[in-house]
Design a protein around this ligand. Structure first.
Ligand code: 5GP
Ligand code: ZN
Length: 113
């Protein structure tokens, strides 16, 4: 989709700090992290939100979220983990290309989600 920043990042047209990539997804560090290691799962194909995402991609995204949370918890030694996904402006969505937030949590942190 034209003029979608996350389409461009996911497909490598705009560089981003990439933690993982496969044929369907790119996982990048968030530009404004809520905590150390805050990352985003971006599908390479455009869907504005969860309603537009295919069941197949939704299943793959959740499996990847589980893998990333497991690997990041081991690497960062965080104490907990939030997986967050916003749909619609009133729900906090600011970029209208489906994405999942991977937010490592640390005892005593002050992350507001
Ligand atoms: P939302 O509020 O839509 O759920 O989340 C959008 C997230 O994307 C925010 O956490 C914001 O910091 C992040 N973000 C926005 N633009 C960029 C960008 O150009 N690069 C990266 N890496 N993150 C971005
Ligand atoms: Zn897009």
């Amino acid at each position: 989709m034209e003029n979608c920043i996350f389409c461009k990042i996911a497909n490598g047209e705009i560089p981003a700090a990439t933690l993982y990539e496969d044929e369907n997804f790119r996982v990048i560090l968030d530009l404004g992290p809520a905590s150390k290691g805050h990352a985003l799962i971006l599908p390479k194909s455009h869907a504005a939100n969860i309603y537009e995402l295919s069941d197949e991609m939704a299943a793959k995204a959740m499996i990847l979220a589980k893998k990333m949370a497991t690997a990041m918890t081991a690497a960062l030694k965080c104490d907990g983990f939030n997986i967050v996904q916003n749909n619609g402006e009133c729900a906090g969505q600011t970029v209208f290309h489906f994405h999942m937030h991977l937010i490592p949590r640390y005892k005593g942190d002050q992350v507001g989600i």
